[in-house]
Design a protein around this ligand. Structure first.
Ligand code: DX5
Ligand code: ZN
Length: 219
């Protein structure tokens, strides 16, 4: 089976403990830190701010994987690119047609960062396939975006499989990421389906032995 990476989600971490949480996962060899950004319009509440990102950024040297769950993604992307994001993922559902989606993704690429597109659980996977040749990453949401600690929605597996098939068939390099409810049971299922990056929040951090949990996800 191909290698799978874990992107620890800081949403599961108390802001006062960012440093020690990041130190621990960096020691384990993670290549991504997942940073969730939400706004009132798209989600109904907020999560992290630009100020939070400014604090987190100097705490590590790996990829800053910024997941924008906001209604006006380009406005946020501009700022996060300036602040040093490496990958910026927008939501398919945030924009109302494909022309706006292509324009937004291309504009974000011009900021000099990698770009991703994400679909919520109720969005059919076929909607996102036409974007896979221009993005670096496709993020399959396996819970409704907004909160950590929810249960994995199994339909995500079929979406991962379909993205994987499409990527292979078209010889693309697009990475597949999955976010929500990832644990020692759902992680391996996603891996079998062809995922590259597992976002993990509560499973990883709400346990005293992060190392043991990390190893269960990558083994
Ligand atoms: C939810 C966020 C996730 C969240 C996942 O909207 O996008 O990144 O932190 O949390 P867990 O791993 O606890 O489901
Ligand atoms: Zn996320």
């Amino acid at each position: 089976m191909k290698q799978v990476y874990v992107a620890p989600s800081l949403l599961a971490v108390n802001k006062n403990n960012f440093k020690s949480a990041i130190d621990q996962v960096i020691q384990l060899g993670v290549k991504y830190i997942h940073f969730d950004v939400m706004d009132e319009e798209f989600i109904g509440h907020t999560s992290f701010s630009f100020e939070d990102f400014k604090k987190v950024k100097p705490m590590h040297q790996v990829n800053n994987d910024v997941h924008l769950m906001v209604a006006k993604p380009y406005e946020y992307a501009k700022e996060y690119a300036k602040l040093g994001a490496d990958i910026i993922t927008i939501h398919y559902e945030a924009l109302k047609d494909d022309s706006l989606r292509f324009d937004c993704l291309n504009a974000i690429k011009k900021l000099g960062v990698k770009v991703g597109i994400s679909i919520k659980p109720k969005t059919p996977v076929e909607k996102v396939l036409p974007f896979l040749h221009i993005v670096d990453l496709v993020l399959v949401m396996s819970v409704e975006p907004g909160l950590g600690g929810q249960s994995f929605i199994p339909e995500a597996l079929d979406k991962i499989r379909k993205c994987h098939e499409y990527i292979e068939l078209n010889k693309l390099k697009t990475l597949i990421e999955v976010d929500g409810g990832i644990n020692e049971t759902t992680g391996p299922l996603c891996r079998e389906a062809g995922v590259d990056v597992l976002v993990a929040g509560s499973y990883l951090f709400n346990h005293e032995d992060i190392k043991e949990r990390y190893q269960k996800l990558v083994k």
